[in-house]
Ligand binder design. Structure first.
Ligand code: ZN
Length: 65
């Protein structure tokens, strides 16, 4: 199920982070507060979704931008 892929990162401030797609390994940068879903530029997988505050991720955090 798509839903179970998402988890909310802990103790993450408002900043840009580099995330890695679990499906294709593509790395891209997103902000920790988003208002719409973030989609992988390569394979179109949903990498993050908004929750009203901090985003929920279905991708690995590589580090700060
Ligand atoms: Zn991808």
């Amino acid at each position: 199920m798509e839903q179970s892929r998402f988890s909310k990162p802990k103790s993450i401030g408002n900043k840009f982070i580099r995330i890695k797609c679990k499906d294709c390994g593509n790395e891209q940068v997103t902000y920790t507060k988003i208002s719409s879903v973030v989609v992988c530029n390569i394979c179109n997988a949903t990498l993050a979704r908004p929750t009203g505050g901090t985003l929920e991720l279905a991708a690995d955090i590589i580090g700060d931008q």
